[in-house]
Design a protein around this ligand. Structure first.
Ligand code: ZN
Length: 125
């Protein structure tokens, strides 16, 4: 990911001014949606360490293998909500499937602990 290019997460900012702050540890995502976007960008950049660090310990896979991760194209956040220390984000993540564009759609659950949001689980449909 290039610092001066548009952030993969889809916000109208450069990567440097957007998810890089989270990936580098300079900032902490303040909402489930911000965390979701930064995690999507981390999937694009294959930043396994960031994905593990933002995955709740109760559901984190023991070994995160991104080698067969698809070629992600864009993220569409459909809705997001926060209720105290729990959050939900409904999104579609588009990827290249041969010559076609496909997407996976997920309703993700997030939980906040000690001021930090973590990805808990997701239901794909
Ligand atoms: Zn971003």
């Amino acid at each position: 990911m290039q610092m001066t290019e548009p952030c993969p997460c889809g916000l109208d900012k450069t990567y440097q001014d957007c998810c890089y702050a989270y990936h580098s540890g300079e900032a902490t995502a303040q909402s489930p949606e911000a965390l979701m976007r930064s995690r999507y960008s981390a999937f694009v950049g294959r930043l396994a360490g960031y994905l593990e660090a933002t995955w709740h310990s109760s559901s984190r896979p023991p070994l995160l293998d991104l080698s067969d991760s698809p070629n992600w194209l864009k993220l569409q956040v459909i809705s997001s909500s926060v209720d105290q220390n729990k959050g939900k984000v409904h999104f579609r993540a588009f990827y290249k499937d041969g010559d076609d564009v496909a997407f996976m759609e997920e309703q993700s659950d997030f939980v906040q602990e000690d001021g930090k949001w973590y990805y808990l689980s997701g239901e794909t449909n």
